[in-house]
Design a protein around this ligand. Structure first.
Ligand SMILES: O=C(O)CCC(=O)C(=O)O
Ligand SMILES: [Fe+2]
Length: 268
């Protein structure tokens, strides 16, 4: 595939071309899913939740560790929120958009948004500064956690809602198209999970504008490249919400912290 790829527009049902693109490549990018105003209100809502969690010293939500670091000015920063949709109506409200349902067929139909499952709606906040604890993420697939849980690999998609305007030097999501069709062996051993940060000759860079939406298959290999610029220009915010098929497994405040989540500690 050429380094630049087709971008689409998401309506209440998918076109045949969109479905074919996703099935072939294991990802798809939709422009302008939400407006700049909605992006600002979502970012503001994340700051409200952050202030509350810092005050209350929240370290886990439903068993999922919350990642803290420091911002460029040294102030405390929540860098990875889990289940943020359970903590502010700006996020739960976003999930009411009927266009999400159009994506369910990419998981084979009979799917749902993972509002209360896995890590719920995750909000990642990367910044490349001296005290940041979150600037990049090594190669992985999102479906490996199901292997750890000893579950059958049910279809799982990860929907990204991008909140920052990126240029290639800002780093960000890199993925290897087509790797969703690999066998289990390749899914386990193609690369060293989370430790390998090297460029891959076949990777493509997702370069979104704020408000864009992407979908990637849970079996697709991807990473987050570090920004080669530092400071304010490196700030990157992105939301992920899974689309899940198979048995409903909601989490609650008594849910245990599972083994794979220790990988989160490797991420810097
Ligand atoms: O931040 C991103 O764009 C991707 C993050 C990611 O791959 C993950 O949280 O599993
Ligand atoms: Fe991922």
């Amino acid at each position: 595939m050429a380094p630049s790829y087709t971008r689409f527009s998401l309506a209440e049902s998918l076109t045949a071309e969109q479905t074919a693109f996703f099935n072939k490549n294991g990802f798809i990018h939709f422009k302008n899913f939400i407006t700049p105003d909605t992006v600002s209100s979502i970012v503001n809502a994340s700051v409200e939740v952050q202030n509350k969690w810092i005050t209350e010293g929240v370290d886990k939500v439903n068993g999922v560790p919350i990642k803290y670091g420091r911002d460029l000015d040294g102030s405390p920063l929540v860098q990875r929120f889990a289940f943020i949709n359970q903590h502010h109506s700006a996020f739960s409200g976003l999930l009411l958009d009927p266009r999400f349902k159009a994506l369910f067929e990419l998981a084979g139909g009979n799917a749902r948004l993972g509002e209360n499952e896995k890590d719920g709606m995750v909000f990642n906040h990367y910044v490349n500064g001296p005290e940041s604890k979150f600037t990049k993420m090594g190669w992985h697939t999102d479906g490996l956690r199901d292997v750890f849980y000893g579950k059958k690999l049910n279809p799982m998609l990860n929907v990204g809602i991008h909140l920052s305007n990126l240029k290639p030097e800002n780093g960000g999501l890199r993925l290897i198209p087509g790797t969703h069709k690999q066998g289990l062996y390749q899914m386990l051993f193609r690369k060293k999970y989370f430790l390998d940060h090297d460029n891959d000759p076949k990777e493509i860079a997702i370069i979104p504008e704020a408000g864009d939406l992407t979908v990637h298959d849970g079996r697709l290999w991807h990473r987050v490249a570090q920004s080669s610029v530092t400071g304010e220009e490196s700030r990157r915010r992105v939301i992920y919400i899974p689309i899940i098929a198979g048995k409903y497994s909601p989490k609650n405040e008594n849910s245990p912290t599972v083994f794979y989540q220790r990988f989160a500690g490797i991420v810097k």
